[in-house]
Write a protein that binds this ligand. Structure first.
Ligand SMILES: C[S@@+](CC[C@H](N)C(=O)[O-])C[C@H]1O[C@@H](n2cnc3c(N)ncnc32)[C@H](O)[C@@H]1O
Length: 313
């Protein structure tokens, strides 16, 4: 768009958006397959000046595995992208090309450690979780202020049991939101298996979502005394007690044996509390339960006031 100011014509470049991503964001993509996702963003932005697109595989392997990769990479290069190969997401913060860079968005679509056996095998799940964990640990150190880490992931079957929110939390990352992933939002993107005998084939997407993470408050001071971070932190409370809160929503107005089910739901919170680093689980759990009770009291006061206003408008 052009604007007139003080008699001069000034070109103002408006940011262009591709779903969650803006041409103004500094974007790092890791674990790319045929680079069609990066290209899809670049085509909407009309530029890839702010895009760093990477793959674990070498350039030679990428163009051997994916028939469209060579063209996609050439186009990305033409749009000004920085292209890096041999980038391991679990070690990337140390790489010379990346260690001085910070990003507004770090994106890993459909992380997968390869076809190592049945997807519901516990050892296989452990490998996938270790990949995602290592990615979070690295990506969390590469964010600009206000930056976000996005992981698109299947939300059903064994994939659900990876519990990526718990993995993120271990790197001081809190879930900002989880939104349905719709491939049609990224024209030209072809999701790839990436491994095995048919790496260029798409995998069945089914139900999947983009999980968006931000640095949590506890990351401001990774050394802080155990227990401090939990107090008055609603987001933590929501995260720790999510089964309890989901349960409250799903049983609202229905007959439910509260004496039996509430302690079970709170027990899930305790288990989650134990998974968080730097925390004295019992002490922090007690503080969190207190915060949960405060939240309930605040909600009751709010509802009472609301009802009063309905009664006495
Ligand atoms: C299911 S494929 C998804 C590919 C691509 N992101 C897409 O959406 O089409 C999983 C990808 O993760 C990559 N990958 C596996 N381990 C990795 C690691 N340690 N670091 C970076 N990428 C890795 C594989 O090379 C593969 O490209």
């Amino acid at each position: 768009m052009a604007d007139i100011a003080y008699g001069r014509q000034i070109a103002i470049n408006e940011a262009k958006w591709a779903n969650h991503y803006s041409s103004d964001h500094q974007i790092l993509l890791v674990g790319e397959g045929d680079f069609s996702f990066s290209l899809s963003l670049a085509m909407v932005f009309g530029s890839a000046q702010n895009i760093v697109a990477t793959s674990l595989d070498s350039y030679d392997l990428v163009i051997k595995k994916y028939k469209r990769a060579k063209t996609n990479l050439e186009m990305l290069y033409g749009y000004g992208a920085q292209l890096l190969h041999g980038v391991d997401a679990t070690r990337m913060k140390h790489y010379t090309d990346l260690q001085m860079r910070k990003f507004d968005r770090v994106i890993y679509n459909f992380p997968h450690a390869g076809f190592l056996g049945k997807e519901d095998n516990q050892q296989v799940i452990k490998k996938h979780r270790s990949l995602v964990s290592g990615f979070f640990e690295n990506a969390s150190r590469m964010l600009r202020p206000g930056g976000e880490i996005h992981v698109s992931h299947k939300t059903t079957g064994p994939f659900k049991t990876w519990n990526i929110e718990d993995l993120a939390w271990k790197s001081s990352l809190a879930l900002l939101e989880c939104v349905e992933f719709n491939i049609a939002d990224y024209p030209g993107y072809n999701n790839k298996r990436g491994d095995g005998s048919r790496p260029d084939q798409p995998f069945h997407l089914g139900k999947c979502a983009t999980f968006k993470f931000v640095l949590s408050k506890k990351s401001n001071n990774r050394q802080q005394t155990p227990g401090n971070w939990v107090l008055n932190n609603n987001r933590t409370c929501f995260w720790i007690f999510r089964e309890y809160l989901d349960h409250a929503v799903s049983t609202f107005g229905k007959a439910d044996d509260l004496f039996y089910s509430v302690p079970i739901m709170l027990g899930f919170g305790f288990e989650r509390c134990k998974t968080v680093n730097h925390v004295n689980p019992l002490h922090d759990y007690v503080n969190l339960v207190k915060e949960l009770r405060n939240m309930s009291n605040r909600r009751i006061s709010y509802l009472e006031n609301f009802l009063r206003e309905i009664d006495h408008p």
